[in-house]
Write a protein that binds this ligand. Structure first.
Ligand SMILES: *Cc1c(COP(=O)(O)O)cnc(C)c1O
Length: 386
């Protein structure tokens, strides 16, 4: 049996409230407060199938829908959200709109696996992939000629460049180019790309949306019914589906999104300010610092600066590795957006863009007490760099 969605959620709620109330079952006597996890690959069915009738879980299940409703409410997506088995499955679904021999403009510092997939599509499908500095609006616009899709990541991973999203959308749409935004770093609390005219929004829900480093999950939203249909049918036909339990965990994580993001951002800004003054640090990248190249745009376009920092200690990659090794509270790990603070030195992998400095530490600031995070960092920097 399907659990009916809550019919009375007022539309004009603050996102912090929506994250808590959206996607709940209807509040009828005896109903559960949380949507149940339904573990069934198939549904009882015979004879004529009515439209919308449940049939088989690859095509849709009631455990996905509350999470999709909540993400759509947060992003302001009027055509729903489509949950995928990973962020990359969502990215692949979006990139599948590019026709054989088509062209894509992409930030040179986009998520590594996105760049890797595009390189593969260039070989397999003859797609012309144009890498640009997404913070350089003129360079992006100059690359748009004959393009099918402008892929925007903002802020970028790991360089934290901030795109002028409204200007890029306007230029792209004037050339009939669709715009997709990977908004993973910002979350819908900090940046809502549909408000700037984006056609598609993608998240690795593995990161802030789920928020506890315990699931791998993706979600994509479209600004038109036509594109939303593409996302859903791609998921069904490619089998890029999420397990019900993972989606339930992500919804549970989403309930605290506002608190987590608020705390992590405050921690990140405070650490950025202190690190910028630290004698062992050569450079700090964070859009919240007034000296950061992305500061003006982030202030204009985002409701906060995110919780990722780029830090280059003095002493090169060896010193950066030594900082990572000396930390006790921070966990050395790839990925980001969990409650726990993690960091990694970039360019550990040969696949990363050579324009990413080899001594760049990417810090994903969590929700711990800021003084504990600072004391650990300060000590590790002094031990490793001097
Ligand atoms: C992690 C990440 C992805 C990929 O998501 P997965 O859930 O790991 O498949 C895509 N884009 C960005 C910006 C990411 O950080």
């Amino acid at each position: 049996m399907t659990t009916p969605a809550h019919p009375d959620v007022p539309p004009a709620l603050d996102p912090a409230t929506l994250a808590v109330v959206a996607g709940r079952p209807a509040p009828v006597q005896g109903a559960p407060v949380n949507p149940p996890v339904v573990l069934s690959s198939t549904y009882v069915s015979q004879g004529t199938v009515e439209p919308g009738e449940r049939l088989y879980t690859r095509m849709g299940t009631e455990t996905w829908e509350p999470f999709e409703e909540a993400v759509a409410a947060l992003e302001g997506g009027e055509h729903g959200a489509t949950v995928f088995g990973s962020g990359m499955a969502a990215v692949a679904a979006v990139l599948a709109i590019v026709p054989l021999g088509g062209a894509v403009v992409v930030p040179r510092h986009a998520y590594q696996a996105t760049l890797g997939l595009l390189d593969q599509l260039a070989v397999d499908r003859g797609i012309d992939v144009r890498r640009v500095d997404v913070a350089d609006t003129d360079a992006v616009v100059a690359a748009l000629h004959g393009v099918d899709l402008l892929w925007v990541e903002t802020p970028t991973n790991p360089m934290l460049e901030v795109a002028d999203l409204p200007a890029l959308v306007e230029a792209a749409h004037a050339r009939h180019v669709l715009v997709a935004v990977d908004s993973t770093f910002a979350t819908p609390l900090v940046q809502r790309p549909f408000e700037h005219g984006a056609d598609i929004v993608v998240h690795s829900a593995t990161k802030y949306l789920a928020g506890h480093s315990d699931v791998v999950l993706g979600v994509a939203l479209a600004g038109s019914e036509h594109l939303a249909d593409h996302l859903r049918s791609y998921r069904t036909s490619h089998g890029a589906i999420a397990g019900p339990f993972e989606v339930w965990l992500a919804l549970r994580g989403l309930r605290t999104l506002a608190l987590r993001v608020e705390r992590a951002q405050a921690n990140a800004l405070e650490l950025a300010r202190r690190l910028a003054e630290h004698p062992a640090v050569a450079e700090v990248r964070h859009p919240g610092l007034p000296t950061d190249p992305g500061h003006e745009r982030a202030t204009r376009l985002m409701a906060g600066y995110g919780a990722i920092l780029g830090v280059r200690p003095h002493g090169g990659p060896e010193a950066a590795d030594a900082v990572v090794a000396a930390l006790r509270v921070w966990t050395p790990a790839t990925s980001l957006g969990g409650v726990e603070s993690t960091l990694e030195r970039r360019r550990r992998f040969g696949t990363e863009s050579v324009t990413v400095p080899e001594d760049l530490l990417r810090l994903s600031v969590g929700i711990e007490h800021v003084e504990d995070l600072w004391a650990d960092l300060d000590r590790a920097l002094r031990v490793a760099v001097g």
